[in-house]
Ligand binder design. Structure first.
Ligand SMILES: C[S@@+](CC[C@H](N)C(=O)[O-])C[C@H]1O[C@@H](n2cnc3c(N)ncnc32)[C@H](O)[C@@H]1O
Length: 250
């Protein structure tokens, strides 16, 4: 799910039916959490920024973290809460209908800030600034963000992503940005391209194949863009991808 500034309503509708709204997987989220859990206090308090239907937040809550899901789309939050209830995690999950840069979460209250595929909506640097104020000293931030893995890329790819995400940078540029903002860089890793396929693009393709083709022009435009995004990814996934950036607020 990629969009900037004005997010068309059809894009929300399309992704309401999806198990997740961006590339990633429960296994990857769980493995990253386990890897850095020893840097966190027992019973950590976290926010899942741009949580969508809670793909990441549910994994954190299942691991014992108390999670506030923050998102601007109410139906996503309702699904997150429903899934939390189905898994017996309601006592550790709450949600806020808000933007991540004005979430209303108390300053210096979070041990962990998690955000998968969502900070592009406000810009990586604006998210860094907002998260700084919410994080306790010593808190960790884990942010997955789409980045260029190579500087030289074909024009067709550059122009697609210039439209979809004009602010897309390299992981190196993002890491430097975390340090400029005052954080300590801890770790970065690329989300394997197989996970985009298995947990994101294949469910999208299954849904598109089932959809009635008698749809609004807006929804048709979304399907066309998804098809183009998937085709480009299959050709060029060695040139760009999601990177998990892990950094600490001193
Ligand atoms: C690509 S989706 C990722 C969702 C989820 N993290 C996942 O990985 O499945 C981006 C999410 O950011 C949300 N969003 C858009 N603008 C936002 C903002 N300003 N603050 C918080 N969330 C926002 C969207 O509603 C959507 O749920």
């Amino acid at each position: 799910m990629e969009a900037t500034n004005e997010i068309p309503e059809e894009l929300f509708t399309f992704f309401e039916a999806m198990p997740r709204q961006g590339p990633g997987s429960e296994a990857v989220t769980g493995a990253l959490f386990e890897r850095f859990q020893s840097m966190l206090p027992e019973n950590s308090v976290a926010a899942d920024m741009g949580c969508g239907t809670g793909a990441a937040g549910l994994v954190l809550a299942d691991a014992g973290v108390t999670v506030t899901g923050v998102d601007i789309h109410r139906p996503f939050l309702e699904t997150f809460e429903r899934h939390a209830a189905e898994r017996g995690l309601s006592n550790r999950v709450s949600t806020r209908l808000a933007g991540m840069t004005e979430s209303g979460i108390a300053p210096a209250s979070l041990d962990l800030i998690w955000s998968e595929g969502a900070v592009f909506t406000v810009g990586f640097d604006a998210a860094l600034e907002a998260f700084w104020h919410l994080a306790k000293p010593g808190a960790l931030a884990v942010v997955s963000e789409c980045v260029w893995l190579q500087e030289q890329v074909p024009e067709v790819l550059r122009s697609f992503w210039n439209q979809a995400y004009p602010g897309m940078r390299t992981a190196g540029e993002n890491i430097r940005a975390t340090e400029t903002a005052g954080y300590r860089f801890v770790h970065a890793e690329v989300l394997p391209s197989e996970i985009w396929e298995s947990d994101f693009y294949q469910p999208i393709e299954t849904m598109m194949a089932r959809m009635d083709r008698d749809i609004s022009p807006g929804m048709q435009a979304i399907l066309t863009e998804q098809e183009e995004e998937i085709a480009l990814f299959r050709q060029f996934n060695h040139l760009y991808g999601y990177v998990f950036h892990v950094f600490l607020r001193p």
